[in-house]
Ligand binder design. Structure first.
Ligand code: 5GP
Length: 119
């Protein structure tokens, strides 16, 4: 399945729809999730056209992968979540419940998040 350049995060990257931006550099963009599921709910996306984690790892350059991971690190540092803890989630594909086919990581925190999966 090819990358869909009309997905909502591609439109955000092109500036066609707005987002509440938190951080941006050459490799990563971070913004608030439109439907937050915790007091802090941030999305971090790579700038390149990657569908999923496996697509990103297989096809992005080392520079892009390192840059994206460092971007997540900068967002975490700025978030103030470090002392109380936080959770990273990446939904991939149908079983993962991925809604937007542009690779992304959710950063969640601000309260005790409970079990990792619904029981
Ligand atoms: P997924 O299920 O693909 O891991 O999560 C996609 C996330 O994107 C959801 O948490 C959803 O609330 C968020 N989202 C969907 N559309 C928009 C949008 O237009 N703007 C923002 N900021 N977040 C969105």
């Amino acid at each position: 399945m090819p990358y869909d350049s009309n997905n909502i995060f591609a439109k955000i990257l092109r500036g066609e729809i707005p987002c509440k931006k938190i951080y941006e550099d050459e490799f990563a963009l971070a913004f608030h999730d439109i439907h937050p599921q915790a007091p802090v709910h941030i999305l971090v996306i790579p700038k390149g056209p990657y569908i999923s984690k496996d697509d990103f790892i297989a096809t992005a350059s080392d520079e892009e992968i390192a840059g994206y991971e460092r971007g997540i690190g900068k967002v975490l540092q700025a978030s103030g979540l470090m002392s109380e803890g936080y959770r990273l989630i990446s939904n991939n594909g149908v079983n993962g419940g991925q809604e937007v086919p542009h690779y992304h990581v959710h950063i969640l925190g601000g309260r005790e998040l409970g079990p990792m999966l619904k029981q």
